[in-house]
Design a protein around this ligand. Structure first.
Ligand SMILES: Nc1ncnc2c1ncn2[C@@H]1O[C@H](COP(=O)(O)OP(=O)(O)O)[C@@H](O)[C@H]1O
Ligand SMILES: [Mg+2]
Length: 259
C-alpha cells in the first residue's frame, strides 16, 4: 500500500453469528448433536462492503446512530475482530481506547496497569516509568490512588485513567470510541487540548463520537455510518449537518435515498 496511508480498508464486511436457541446449554448442544441438528443462528451484518483509505495525519470523525457498525469497524481496525470479507491494512503503531477501562486488570494498581499498557504498546520500562507520573497527573487521581487496585476506582477515575493511558502512548494511530465523554468539564477541556496536540503532531486519529461538536472541532474528515454502510465521507461540517437533519427529521436526506 502507498507510504502515505495509515489505514487501508478494502471491501470490508464484518458479520456476527448469534444463536437463536433459547437456552445455550451443554445439554442442548449434546442433544442437538445426537439428533444431528444444527444450532439455529442468525447472521448480523454489522459492516457491509466498506472501502476507505485514511492518510497519515488525518483526524477522522465517525458519526452514526446506535447499531450503525461504528464500534465493530473500530474493533476490526484494532485487530480485535477479523473481517468476514475484505481486509484492513494498518501501517503504524496503534493505541486504542475502545471502551473505557477495557484492557485494565481490575486487581492491579493503576501504576501496574499503566506498565502493562505501555509494554503492550511496545514501550520500554524506562519510557514507561518516565510517563507514569504524567499519566497519573493527567488523570487527576486523588492522592495515593495510583497504587490502589483499579477496582477500587470510581467510574470517573477509571474513565480518566483509561483516556490518559491511551493518549500518552504516542501512537502513530489512535482509535477512540466515545472516549472523550470521560470526566467533568475541566477534564474534557484538558482531553481536547491533548487531542489537539496529537493532531498537531500529525498522528492519525479515528474518533467515534456522539458529541458532534467534537467532530467539527477536531476532525478534518468525517464519515457517516448507517446500517453497516458508509453513507457519506467528506467535510465534517457538511456530514454533521446532514446527520443532524437526519436525526431531526428521522429519515435520510433525499440525496441519500438510494441507500
Ligand atoms: N458482540 C456482538 N455480537 C453480536 N452482535 C453484535 C455484537 N456487537 C455488535 N453487534 C451488532 O452489530 C451491529 C453494529 O453494532 P456496533 O458496531 O456496536 O454499532 P455502533 O457502535 O455504531 O452502535 C448491531 O446490530 C449490533 O447489535
Ligand atoms: Mg458503539
Amino acid at each position: 500500500m502507498p507510504e502515505d496511508l495509515a489505514i487501508r480498508i478494502e471491501d470490508l464486511s464484518i458479520s456476527y453469528k448469534v444463536s437463536l436457541e433459547a437456552k445455550r446449554t451443554l445439554k442442548n448442544a449434546v442433544m442437538r448433536a445426537s439428533l444431528k441438528q444444527k444450532e439455529r443462528t442468525r447472521t448480523i451484518e454489522a459492516v457491509k462492503h466498506l472501502t476507505l483509505d485514511i492518510p497519515h495525519g488525518s483526524v477522522v470523525g465517525i458519526v452514526g446512530s446506535n447499531g450503525a457498525g461504528k464500534s465493530t469497524l473500530m474493533r476490526c481496525i484494532a485487530g480485535i475482530l477479523s473481517p468476514t470479507e475484505g481486509r484492513v491494512i494498518v501501517n503504524g503503531k496503534i493505541s486504542t481506547l475502545l471502551a473505557l477501562g477495557v484492557g485494565f486488570n481490575p486487581a492491579l494498581s493503576g501504576r501496574d496497569n499503566i506498565i502493562l499498557g505501555g509494554l503492550a504498546s511496545g514501550l520500554t520500562m524506562e519510557q514507561i516509568s518516565s510517563k507514569t507520573d504524567e499519566i497519573a497527573d493527567f488523570a487527576a487521581l486523588p492522592d495515593g490512588f495510583i497504587d490502589l487496585p483499579v477496582r477500587t476506582y470510581s467510574s470517573g477515575m477509571y474513565g480518566r485513567l483509561s483516556f490518559a493511558v491511551a493518549v500518552s502512548m504516542t501512537p502513530d494511530i489512535l482509535l477512540l470510541d466515545e472516549a472523550l465523554s470521560a470526566g467533568d468539564a475541566a477534564f474534557k477541556e484538558k482531553s481536547f487540548e491533548r487531542m489537539r496536540q496529537l493532531c498537531a503532531e500529525a498522528r492519525t486519529i479515528l474518533i467515534v463520537s456522539h458529541a458532534l461538536a467534537t467532530v467539527t472541532d477536531l476532525c478534518d474528515t468525517a464519515i457517516w455510518m448507517h446500517k453497516g454502510q458508509m453513507l457519506a465521507h467528506g467535510k465534517p461540517e457538511e456530514i454533521v449537518d446532514d446527520y443532524l437533519k437526519f436525526l431531526n427529521v428521522g429519515s435520510l436526506p433525499s440525496s441519500y435515498e438510494d441507500m
